[in-house]
Design a protein around this ligand. Structure first.
Ligand code: BES
Ligand code: MN
Ligand code: ZN
Length: 490
Protein backbone atom coordinates (compact mmCIF):
# COMPACT_ATOMS: atom_id res chain seq x y z
CA UNK A 1 0.00 0.00 0.00
CA UNK A 2 1.42 3.40 -0.88
CA UNK A 3 1.88 5.93 1.87
CA UNK A 4 -1.20 8.19 1.82
CA UNK A 5 -0.94 11.73 3.20
CA UNK A 6 -3.34 14.66 3.26
CA UNK A 7 -1.76 17.97 2.30
CA UNK A 8 -2.75 21.58 1.69
CA UNK A 9 -3.49 22.28 -1.97
CA UNK A 10 -0.31 23.39 -3.77
CA UNK A 11 0.71 22.51 -7.30
CA UNK A 12 3.34 19.75 -7.50
CA UNK A 13 6.38 20.52 -9.64
CA UNK A 14 6.62 16.99 -11.03
CA UNK A 15 4.95 13.61 -11.09
CA UNK A 16 1.32 12.81 -11.78
CA UNK A 17 -1.65 14.97 -10.90
CA UNK A 18 -5.06 13.35 -10.59
CA UNK A 19 -8.17 15.49 -10.99
CA UNK A 20 -11.40 13.96 -9.69
CA UNK A 21 -13.99 16.08 -11.52
CA UNK A 22 -17.74 16.29 -11.15
CA UNK A 23 -20.01 16.17 -14.21
CA UNK A 24 -20.19 19.39 -16.24
CA UNK A 25 -18.39 21.35 -13.51
CA UNK A 26 -15.88 24.06 -14.46
CA UNK A 27 -12.26 23.56 -13.33
CA UNK A 28 -11.75 25.08 -9.89
CA UNK A 29 -9.15 25.20 -7.12
CA UNK A 30 -6.03 23.17 -7.75
CA UNK A 31 -7.34 21.91 -11.10
CA UNK A 32 -7.78 25.48 -12.29
CA UNK A 33 -4.31 26.43 -11.06
CA UNK A 34 -2.83 23.48 -12.95
CA UNK A 35 -4.69 24.52 -16.07
CA UNK A 36 -3.27 28.04 -15.81
CA UNK A 37 0.25 26.77 -15.09
CA UNK A 38 0.11 24.63 -18.23
CA UNK A 39 -1.17 27.45 -20.40
CA UNK A 40 -4.62 25.92 -20.76
CA UNK A 41 -3.31 22.52 -21.90
CA UNK A 42 -5.58 20.69 -19.43
CA UNK A 43 -8.85 22.34 -20.45
CA UNK A 44 -7.92 21.93 -24.14
CA UNK A 45 -7.02 18.26 -23.59
CA UNK A 46 -10.24 17.49 -21.71
CA UNK A 47 -12.26 19.24 -24.37
CA UNK A 48 -10.57 17.26 -27.15
CA UNK A 49 -11.07 14.00 -25.24
CA UNK A 50 -14.77 14.88 -24.75
CA UNK A 51 -14.28 14.44 -21.02
CA UNK A 52 -17.47 15.46 -19.22
CA UNK A 53 -16.83 14.13 -15.70
CA UNK A 54 -19.36 11.34 -16.04
CA UNK A 55 -19.12 8.50 -13.55
CA UNK A 56 -16.51 5.99 -14.73
CA UNK A 57 -15.06 8.35 -17.35
CA UNK A 58 -11.27 8.78 -17.25
CA UNK A 59 -8.77 10.57 -19.49
CA UNK A 60 -4.99 10.79 -19.37
CA UNK A 61 -3.13 13.83 -20.66
CA UNK A 62 0.60 13.14 -21.01
CA UNK A 63 3.23 15.79 -20.30
CA UNK A 64 0.84 18.74 -20.33
CA UNK A 65 3.60 21.10 -19.13
CA UNK A 66 4.55 22.70 -15.78
CA UNK A 67 6.80 19.69 -15.09
CA UNK A 68 3.91 17.24 -14.72
CA UNK A 69 4.42 13.77 -16.18
CA UNK A 70 0.71 13.41 -16.65
CA UNK A 71 -2.68 14.64 -15.62
CA UNK A 72 -5.43 12.09 -15.11
CA UNK A 73 -9.02 13.32 -15.05
CA UNK A 74 -11.49 10.98 -13.35
CA UNK A 75 -15.23 11.47 -13.60
CA UNK A 76 -17.25 11.58 -10.37
CA UNK A 77 -20.70 11.96 -11.90
CA UNK A 78 -23.14 14.55 -10.54
CA UNK A 79 -21.61 16.33 -7.56
CA UNK A 80 -24.86 16.23 -5.57
CA UNK A 81 -25.13 12.44 -6.00
CA UNK A 82 -21.58 11.56 -4.98
CA UNK A 83 -21.49 9.05 -2.11
CA UNK A 84 -18.74 7.13 -0.33
CA UNK A 85 -18.87 4.20 -2.75
CA UNK A 86 -18.57 6.57 -5.74
CA UNK A 87 -15.59 8.36 -4.20
CA UNK A 88 -13.98 4.99 -3.49
CA UNK A 89 -14.46 3.91 -7.10
CA UNK A 90 -12.74 7.14 -8.22
CA UNK A 91 -9.93 6.24 -5.83
CA UNK A 92 -9.74 2.78 -7.39
CA UNK A 93 -9.41 4.33 -10.86
CA UNK A 94 -6.76 6.65 -9.45
CA UNK A 95 -4.70 3.71 -8.14
CA UNK A 96 -4.70 2.15 -11.60
CA UNK A 97 -3.68 5.39 -13.29
CA UNK A 98 -0.73 6.18 -11.01
CA UNK A 99 0.71 2.70 -10.47
CA UNK A 100 3.78 3.45 -12.58
CA UNK A 101 4.57 6.82 -10.95
CA UNK A 102 6.63 7.11 -7.80
CA UNK A 103 4.63 10.05 -6.46
CA UNK A 104 1.25 11.43 -7.28
CA UNK A 105 -1.03 14.15 -6.06
CA UNK A 106 -4.82 13.94 -6.04
CA UNK A 107 -6.61 17.29 -6.24
CA UNK A 108 -9.42 16.50 -3.80
CA UNK A 109 -9.71 20.11 -2.63
CA UNK A 110 -13.24 20.30 -4.03
CA UNK A 111 -14.45 17.33 -1.98
CA UNK A 112 -15.82 17.27 1.56
CA UNK A 113 -13.28 15.73 3.99
CA UNK A 114 -15.25 12.47 4.37
CA UNK A 115 -15.42 11.98 0.58
CA UNK A 116 -11.71 12.78 0.20
CA UNK A 117 -11.05 10.08 2.83
CA UNK A 118 -13.27 7.63 0.92
CA UNK A 119 -11.35 8.40 -2.24
CA UNK A 120 -8.09 7.70 -0.40
CA UNK A 121 -9.62 4.43 0.83
CA UNK A 122 -10.32 3.49 -2.79
CA UNK A 123 -6.68 4.19 -3.69
CA UNK A 124 -5.54 1.98 -0.81
CA UNK A 125 -7.92 -0.90 -1.55
CA UNK A 126 -7.19 -1.03 -5.28
CA UNK A 127 -3.42 -0.96 -4.79
CA UNK A 128 -3.45 -4.47 -3.30
CA UNK A 129 -1.18 -7.07 -4.89
CA UNK A 130 -0.20 -10.55 -3.85
CA UNK A 131 3.28 -10.93 -5.29
CA UNK A 132 5.07 -13.03 -2.69
CA UNK A 133 5.74 -15.81 -5.15
CA UNK A 134 6.73 -13.81 -8.24
CA UNK A 135 10.49 -13.88 -8.65
CA UNK A 136 10.78 -13.05 -12.34
CA UNK A 137 8.53 -10.04 -12.85
CA UNK A 138 10.20 -7.40 -15.01
CA UNK A 139 11.15 -4.18 -13.25
CA UNK A 140 9.01 -2.16 -15.66
CA UNK A 141 5.90 -4.19 -14.82
CA UNK A 142 6.15 -3.70 -11.06
CA UNK A 143 4.09 -0.93 -9.49
CA UNK A 144 6.25 2.04 -8.48
CA UNK A 145 3.89 4.18 -6.45
CA UNK A 146 5.26 5.03 -3.02
CA UNK A 147 3.47 8.14 -1.92
CA UNK A 148 0.08 9.64 -2.69
CA UNK A 149 -0.58 13.18 -1.53
CA UNK A 150 -4.28 13.96 -1.31
CA UNK A 151 -4.75 17.73 -1.46
CA UNK A 152 -7.69 18.89 0.66
CA UNK A 153 -8.86 22.17 2.12
CA UNK A 154 -9.13 20.81 5.66
CA UNK A 155 -6.27 18.37 6.20
CA UNK A 156 -7.08 17.73 9.87
CA UNK A 157 -10.66 16.68 9.13
CA UNK A 158 -9.69 14.48 6.21
CA UNK A 159 -6.93 12.83 8.25
CA UNK A 160 -9.33 12.11 11.10
CA UNK A 161 -11.85 10.62 8.67
CA UNK A 162 -9.19 8.46 7.03
CA UNK A 163 -7.54 7.02 10.17
CA UNK A 164 -10.22 4.37 10.84
CA UNK A 165 -10.46 3.61 7.12
CA UNK A 166 -6.73 2.95 7.02
CA UNK A 167 -7.17 0.36 9.80
CA UNK A 168 -9.98 -1.28 7.84
CA UNK A 169 -7.86 -1.31 4.67
CA UNK A 170 -5.09 -3.02 6.68
CA UNK A 171 -7.64 -5.64 7.79
CA UNK A 172 -8.77 -6.12 4.18
CA UNK A 173 -5.15 -6.63 3.09
CA UNK A 174 -4.59 -9.21 5.82
CA UNK A 175 -7.68 -11.13 4.69
CA UNK A 176 -6.62 -10.98 1.05
CA UNK A 177 -3.14 -12.24 1.94
CA UNK A 178 -4.54 -15.18 3.91
CA UNK A 179 -7.04 -16.12 1.21
CA UNK A 180 -4.48 -15.79 -1.60
CA UNK A 181 -1.85 -18.00 0.04
CA UNK A 182 -1.46 -21.44 -1.54
CA UNK A 183 -2.78 -24.38 0.47
CA UNK A 184 0.63 -25.97 0.99
CA UNK A 185 1.71 -22.82 2.83
CA UNK A 186 -1.48 -21.78 4.60
CA UNK A 187 -2.24 -24.96 6.54
CA UNK A 188 -4.43 -24.84 9.67
CA UNK A 189 -1.34 -24.53 11.88
CA UNK A 190 0.20 -21.83 9.70
CA UNK A 191 -3.03 -19.85 9.62
CA UNK A 192 -3.37 -20.11 13.40
CA UNK A 193 0.22 -18.96 13.87
CA UNK A 194 -0.47 -15.89 11.74
CA UNK A 195 -3.36 -14.98 14.03
CA UNK A 196 -0.84 -14.48 16.82
CA UNK A 197 0.32 -11.32 15.05
CA UNK A 198 -2.97 -9.68 16.09
CA UNK A 199 -1.66 -9.59 19.66
CA UNK A 200 0.33 -6.48 18.78
CA UNK A 201 -2.96 -4.71 18.05
CA UNK A 202 -4.26 -5.63 21.49
CA UNK A 203 -6.20 -8.74 20.47
CA UNK A 204 -6.06 -11.70 22.87
CA UNK A 205 -5.34 -14.81 20.82
CA UNK A 206 -5.89 -18.36 22.02
CA UNK A 207 -5.17 -21.40 19.87
CA UNK A 208 -6.69 -24.84 20.49
CA UNK A 209 -5.42 -28.08 18.94
CA UNK A 210 -6.86 -31.58 18.52
CA UNK A 211 -6.28 -32.58 22.15
CA UNK A 212 -8.35 -29.69 23.49
CA UNK A 213 -10.99 -30.20 20.80
CA UNK A 214 -11.31 -33.86 21.71
CA UNK A 215 -11.93 -32.86 25.32
CA UNK A 216 -14.59 -30.43 24.15
CA UNK A 217 -16.28 -33.23 22.19
CA UNK A 218 -15.74 -31.68 18.74
CA UNK A 219 -16.68 -34.89 16.91
CA UNK A 220 -18.02 -33.06 13.83
CA UNK A 221 -14.95 -30.86 13.24
CA UNK A 222 -12.51 -33.65 14.08
CA UNK A 223 -14.28 -36.00 11.67
CA UNK A 224 -13.48 -33.59 8.84
CA UNK A 225 -9.88 -33.20 9.98
CA UNK A 226 -9.13 -36.90 10.43
CA UNK A 227 -8.24 -37.57 6.80
CA UNK A 228 -5.50 -34.97 6.73
CA UNK A 229 -1.88 -35.08 7.81
CA UNK A 230 -2.40 -31.49 8.94
CA UNK A 231 -3.65 -30.99 12.49
CA UNK A 232 -6.76 -28.84 12.92
CA UNK A 233 -6.82 -25.65 14.95
CA UNK A 234 -9.42 -23.39 16.46
CA UNK A 235 -8.40 -19.81 17.07
CA UNK A 236 -10.25 -17.56 19.51
CA UNK A 237 -9.55 -13.85 19.10
CA UNK A 238 -10.87 -11.35 21.62
CA UNK A 239 -11.01 -7.60 21.19
CA UNK A 240 -12.38 -6.06 24.38
CA UNK A 241 -12.83 -2.44 23.35
CA UNK A 242 -16.07 -1.53 25.12
CA UNK A 243 -15.51 1.22 27.70
CA UNK A 244 -15.88 0.32 31.37
CA UNK A 245 -19.48 0.56 32.46
CA UNK A 246 -20.65 -0.28 28.93
CA UNK A 247 -19.65 -3.93 28.95
CA UNK A 248 -22.38 -6.35 27.97
CA UNK A 249 -22.43 -9.57 26.01
CA UNK A 250 -19.78 -9.69 23.29
CA UNK A 251 -20.53 -9.75 19.58
CA UNK A 252 -19.32 -12.93 17.89
CA UNK A 253 -18.03 -13.58 14.39
CA UNK A 254 -17.31 -17.14 13.32
CA UNK A 255 -15.48 -18.28 10.21
CA UNK A 256 -15.24 -21.49 8.19
CA UNK A 257 -11.55 -22.14 7.65
CA UNK A 258 -11.14 -25.15 5.38
CA UNK A 259 -7.60 -24.48 4.18
CA UNK A 260 -8.16 -26.92 1.33
CA UNK A 261 -11.35 -28.75 0.39
CA UNK A 262 -10.79 -31.79 -1.82
CA UNK A 263 -14.26 -32.99 -0.89
CA UNK A 264 -12.72 -35.85 1.09
CA UNK A 265 -13.86 -39.36 0.09
CA UNK A 266 -16.78 -37.69 -1.75
CA UNK A 267 -13.98 -36.21 -3.85
CA UNK A 268 -14.45 -33.21 -6.12
CA UNK A 269 -13.66 -33.30 -9.86
CA UNK A 270 -10.12 -32.17 -10.81
CA UNK A 271 -11.17 -29.15 -12.91
CA UNK A 272 -11.02 -26.01 -10.80
CA UNK A 273 -10.21 -27.84 -7.59
CA UNK A 274 -7.37 -25.37 -7.00
CA UNK A 275 -10.07 -22.84 -6.12
CA UNK A 276 -10.67 -24.76 -2.94
CA UNK A 277 -7.62 -23.10 -1.41
CA UNK A 278 -9.96 -20.22 -0.67
CA UNK A 279 -12.40 -22.37 1.23
CA UNK A 280 -10.98 -20.67 4.32
CA UNK A 281 -12.24 -17.24 3.24
CA UNK A 282 -14.80 -17.10 6.06
CA UNK A 283 -12.00 -17.51 8.57
CA UNK A 284 -9.77 -15.11 6.65
CA UNK A 285 -12.53 -12.50 6.81
CA UNK A 286 -13.04 -12.93 10.55
CA UNK A 287 -9.29 -12.57 11.13
CA UNK A 288 -9.10 -9.41 8.97
CA UNK A 289 -12.20 -8.04 10.67
CA UNK A 290 -10.64 -8.49 14.10
CA UNK A 291 -7.51 -6.69 12.85
CA UNK A 292 -9.67 -3.84 11.51
CA UNK A 293 -11.69 -3.46 14.73
CA UNK A 294 -8.60 -3.56 16.92
CA UNK A 295 -6.65 -1.34 14.51
CA UNK A 296 -9.23 1.42 14.82
CA UNK A 297 -9.84 0.70 18.51
CA UNK A 298 -13.53 -0.05 18.09
CA UNK A 299 -15.50 0.62 21.27
CA UNK A 300 -17.06 -2.83 21.39
CA UNK A 301 -16.37 -6.25 22.87
CA UNK A 302 -15.97 -8.67 19.99
CA UNK A 303 -14.86 -12.29 19.72
CA UNK A 304 -13.76 -13.86 16.45
CA UNK A 305 -13.51 -17.65 16.29
CA UNK A 306 -12.26 -19.65 13.33
CA UNK A 307 -12.30 -23.40 12.77
CA UNK A 308 -9.30 -24.43 10.68
CA UNK A 309 -9.13 -27.85 9.02
CA UNK A 310 -8.04 -29.50 5.80
CA UNK A 311 -10.54 -31.83 4.09
CA UNK A 312 -8.59 -34.70 2.52
CA UNK A 313 -9.30 -38.24 1.31
CA UNK A 314 -7.02 -40.88 2.84
CA UNK A 315 -7.01 -44.15 4.73
CA UNK A 316 -7.93 -42.27 7.86
CA UNK A 317 -10.57 -40.06 6.26
CA UNK A 318 -14.18 -40.21 7.37
CA UNK A 319 -16.53 -42.20 5.16
CA UNK A 320 -19.97 -41.45 3.77
CA UNK A 321 -22.22 -43.20 6.26
CA UNK A 322 -20.14 -42.37 9.33
CA UNK A 323 -22.05 -41.00 12.30
CA UNK A 324 -20.31 -38.33 14.36
CA UNK A 325 -21.31 -36.73 17.64
CA UNK A 326 -21.04 -32.94 17.69
CA UNK A 327 -20.03 -30.88 20.73
CA UNK A 328 -23.72 -30.09 21.27
CA UNK A 329 -24.45 -33.81 21.65
CA UNK A 330 -26.48 -33.94 18.43
CA UNK A 331 -25.47 -36.80 16.14
CA UNK A 332 -24.86 -36.37 12.42
CA UNK A 333 -24.87 -38.97 9.66
CA UNK A 334 -22.21 -37.86 7.19
CA UNK A 335 -23.79 -38.68 3.82
CA UNK A 336 -21.39 -36.52 1.81
CA UNK A 337 -17.91 -35.72 3.11
CA UNK A 338 -17.86 -32.66 0.82
CA UNK A 339 -20.51 -30.97 2.97
CA UNK A 340 -17.76 -30.38 5.55
CA UNK A 341 -18.07 -26.66 6.28
CA UNK A 342 -21.29 -27.06 8.24
CA UNK A 343 -19.66 -29.80 10.33
CA UNK A 344 -16.85 -27.45 11.28
CA UNK A 345 -19.24 -24.58 12.05
CA UNK A 346 -21.52 -26.78 14.17
CA UNK A 347 -18.83 -27.35 16.79
CA UNK A 348 -17.36 -23.85 16.70
CA UNK A 349 -20.79 -22.23 17.09
CA UNK A 350 -21.64 -24.48 20.01
CA UNK A 351 -18.35 -23.61 21.68
CA UNK A 352 -18.98 -19.90 21.10
CA UNK A 353 -22.36 -20.04 22.83
CA UNK A 354 -21.13 -22.05 25.81
CA UNK A 355 -18.00 -19.99 26.31
CA UNK A 356 -19.13 -16.44 25.50
CA UNK A 357 -22.93 -16.22 25.69
CA UNK A 358 -22.77 -13.72 22.78
CA UNK A 359 -25.24 -10.92 22.02
CA UNK A 360 -25.40 -12.24 18.46
CA UNK A 361 -23.43 -14.52 16.18
CA UNK A 362 -22.59 -13.93 12.54
CA UNK A 363 -20.92 -16.79 10.71
CA UNK A 364 -19.20 -16.49 7.34
CA UNK A 365 -18.57 -19.48 5.12
CA UNK A 366 -17.85 -20.43 1.53
CA UNK A 367 -20.52 -23.00 2.18
CA UNK A 368 -22.33 -23.97 -1.01
CA UNK A 369 -21.93 -23.91 -4.78
CA UNK A 370 -25.71 -23.51 -4.85
CA UNK A 371 -25.50 -19.92 -3.58
CA UNK A 372 -23.55 -19.04 -6.75
CA UNK A 373 -26.38 -20.50 -8.82
CA UNK A 374 -28.92 -18.48 -6.83
CA UNK A 375 -27.19 -15.10 -6.53
CA UNK A 376 -24.16 -15.14 -8.82
CA UNK A 377 -21.22 -13.09 -7.63
CA UNK A 378 -23.12 -9.90 -6.79
CA UNK A 379 -24.63 -10.74 -3.41
CA UNK A 380 -23.74 -13.08 -0.60
CA UNK A 381 -26.59 -15.20 0.74
CA UNK A 382 -27.87 -13.92 4.07
CA UNK A 383 -29.82 -16.22 6.37
CA UNK A 384 -31.01 -15.15 9.79
CA UNK A 385 -33.44 -15.90 12.58
CA UNK A 386 -33.44 -12.22 13.63
CA UNK A 387 -35.01 -9.52 11.45
CA UNK A 388 -33.24 -6.61 13.16
CA UNK A 389 -29.81 -8.17 12.78
CA UNK A 390 -30.58 -9.14 9.18
CA UNK A 391 -31.70 -5.67 8.12
CA UNK A 392 -28.68 -4.08 9.82
CA UNK A 393 -26.40 -6.42 7.89
CA UNK A 394 -28.19 -5.68 4.62
CA UNK A 395 -27.84 -1.92 5.20
CA UNK A 396 -24.15 -2.20 6.14
CA UNK A 397 -23.68 -4.17 2.94
CA UNK A 398 -25.30 -1.50 0.79
CA UNK A 399 -23.25 1.27 2.43
CA UNK A 400 -19.95 -0.51 1.78
CA UNK A 401 -20.77 -2.11 -1.56
CA UNK A 402 -20.48 -5.59 0.00
CA UNK A 403 -24.08 -6.52 -0.57
CA UNK A 404 -26.07 -9.46 0.76
CA UNK A 405 -29.50 -10.78 -0.18
CA UNK A 406 -31.78 -12.29 2.43
CA UNK A 407 -32.80 -15.88 1.79
CA UNK A 408 -35.55 -17.85 3.52
CA UNK A 409 -35.40 -20.40 6.31
CA UNK A 410 -38.24 -22.73 7.27
CA UNK A 411 -39.28 -26.04 8.77
CA UNK A 412 -40.09 -27.58 5.40
CA UNK A 413 -36.43 -27.22 4.38
CA UNK A 414 -35.33 -28.54 7.73
CA UNK A 415 -37.16 -31.82 7.09
CA UNK A 416 -34.87 -32.53 4.13
CA UNK A 417 -32.12 -33.37 6.64
CA UNK A 418 -33.96 -36.21 8.36
CA UNK A 419 -31.70 -39.23 8.90
CA UNK A 420 -32.75 -42.85 9.40
CA UNK A 421 -30.14 -43.53 12.06
CA UNK A 422 -28.94 -40.20 13.51
CA UNK A 423 -30.39 -36.83 14.56
CA UNK A 424 -29.71 -35.44 11.09
CA UNK A 425 -27.88 -35.97 7.81
CA UNK A 426 -25.27 -33.44 6.71
CA UNK A 427 -26.97 -32.86 3.34
CA UNK A 428 -30.54 -32.16 2.29
CA UNK A 429 -30.41 -33.00 -1.40
CA UNK A 430 -30.11 -30.63 -4.36
CA UNK A 431 -33.27 -28.50 -4.00
CA UNK A 432 -32.50 -25.37 -2.01
CA UNK A 433 -28.97 -26.54 -1.26
CA UNK A 434 -27.88 -23.25 0.34
CA UNK A 435 -31.00 -23.12 2.47
CA UNK A 436 -30.71 -26.63 3.85
CA UNK A 437 -27.06 -25.86 4.66
CA UNK A 438 -28.21 -22.81 6.63
CA UNK A 439 -30.92 -24.91 8.31
CA UNK A 440 -28.23 -27.34 9.39
CA UNK A 441 -26.25 -24.54 11.03
CA UNK A 442 -29.37 -23.18 12.68
CA UNK A 443 -29.73 -26.47 14.56
CA UNK A 444 -26.65 -25.46 16.57
CA UNK A 445 -27.48 -21.85 17.47
CA UNK A 446 -29.94 -22.65 20.30
CA UNK A 447 -32.40 -20.03 19.10
CA UNK A 448 -30.00 -17.16 19.70
CA UNK A 449 -29.75 -14.12 17.40
CA UNK A 450 -27.73 -15.39 14.47
CA UNK A 451 -26.96 -14.62 10.86
CA UNK A 452 -25.15 -16.75 8.32
CA UNK A 453 -23.42 -15.31 5.27
CA UNK A 454 -22.77 -17.80 2.47
CA UNK A 455 -19.85 -16.13 0.69
CA UNK A 456 -19.01 -18.86 -1.85
CA UNK A 457 -19.89 -16.45 -4.69
CA UNK A 458 -18.30 -13.29 -3.31
CA UNK A 459 -15.04 -14.28 -1.59
CA UNK A 460 -13.11 -14.50 -4.84
CA UNK A 461 -13.40 -12.51 -8.05
CA UNK A 462 -12.26 -13.66 -11.46
CA UNK A 463 -12.09 -10.05 -12.66
CA UNK A 464 -11.01 -6.65 -11.40
CA UNK A 465 -13.74 -4.53 -9.84
CA UNK A 466 -13.82 -0.84 -8.85
CA UNK A 467 -11.80 -1.22 -5.66
CA UNK A 468 -10.63 -4.84 -5.80
CA UNK A 469 -8.04 -6.41 -8.04
CA UNK A 470 -9.09 -9.87 -9.23
CA UNK A 471 -8.58 -12.61 -6.68
CA UNK A 472 -9.40 -12.53 -2.98
CA UNK A 473 -11.97 -9.82 -2.25
CA UNK A 474 -12.05 -9.86 1.57
CA UNK A 475 -15.82 -9.61 1.20
CA UNK A 476 -17.39 -8.99 4.60
CA UNK A 477 -14.57 -7.17 6.38
CA UNK A 478 -15.89 -3.75 5.47
CA UNK A 479 -19.54 -4.72 5.83
CA UNK A 480 -19.13 -6.15 9.32
CA UNK A 481 -16.80 -3.38 10.47
CA UNK A 482 -19.58 -1.03 9.44
CA UNK A 483 -22.21 -3.13 11.21
CA UNK A 484 -20.25 -2.82 14.46
CA UNK A 485 -19.53 0.90 13.99
CA UNK A 486 -23.14 1.80 13.21
CA UNK A 487 -24.97 -0.12 15.91
CA UNK A 488 -22.74 -1.55 18.62
CA UNK A 489 -20.28 1.15 19.70
CA UNK A 490 -20.47 3.88 22.29
N1 BES B 1 -16.47 -25.35 -0.24
C1 BES B 1 -17.59 -25.93 -0.90
C2 BES B 1 -18.53 -24.88 -1.49
C3 BES B 1 -17.97 -24.00 -2.58
C4 BES B 1 -18.20 -24.30 -3.91
C5 BES B 1 -17.26 -22.87 -2.28
C6 BES B 1 -17.72 -23.47 -4.91
C7 BES B 1 -16.77 -22.04 -3.28
C8 BES B 1 -17.00 -22.34 -4.59
C9 BES B 1 -18.39 -26.77 0.09
O1 BES B 1 -17.64 -27.40 1.07
C10 BES B 1 -19.03 -27.86 -0.71
O2 BES B 1 -18.33 -28.67 -1.24
N2 BES B 1 -20.36 -27.82 -0.78
C11 BES B 1 -21.09 -28.79 -1.51
C12 BES B 1 -22.27 -29.21 -0.67
C13 BES B 1 -22.97 -30.42 -1.19
C14 BES B 1 -22.09 -31.64 -1.06
C15 BES B 1 -24.24 -30.60 -0.39
C16 BES B 1 -21.54 -28.15 -2.81
O3 BES B 1 -21.83 -26.95 -2.83
O4 BES B 1 -21.57 -28.85 -3.82
MN1 MN C 1 -16.85 -29.26 0.48
ZN1 ZN D 1 -15.89 -26.50 1.62
Amino acid sequence: MPDIAFVKPALPRSGALVLPLAEEAPLAGLAKQADEATGGAISRGLEAAKFKGRKGQATTLWAPGAGLSKVVAIGLGKAAELMATGAEAAGGATAGAIAQEREAMVAADGLAPALAASLAMGVALKSYRFDRYRTMEKEEDKPKIERVAVAVADTAKAKAAFAPLQAVADGVFLTRDLVSEPPNVLTPTDCADRCRALAKLGVEVEILGPKEMKKLGFGALLGVAQGSAQEPRMVVMKWMGAPKGKKGKPLAFIGKGVTFDTGGISIKPAGGMEDMKWDMAGAGTVIGLMAALAGRKAKADVVGIVGLVENMPSGTAQRPGDVVTSASGQTIEVINTDAEGRLVLADVIHYCIEKFDPRFMVDLATLTGAIIIALGHEHAGLFSNDDTLASRIEAAGRATGETAWRMPLGDAYDKQMKSDIADMKNVGGRPGGSITAAQFIQRFVQGRPWAHLDIAGTAWSSKDTATTPKGATAYGVRMLDRLVAEHYEG
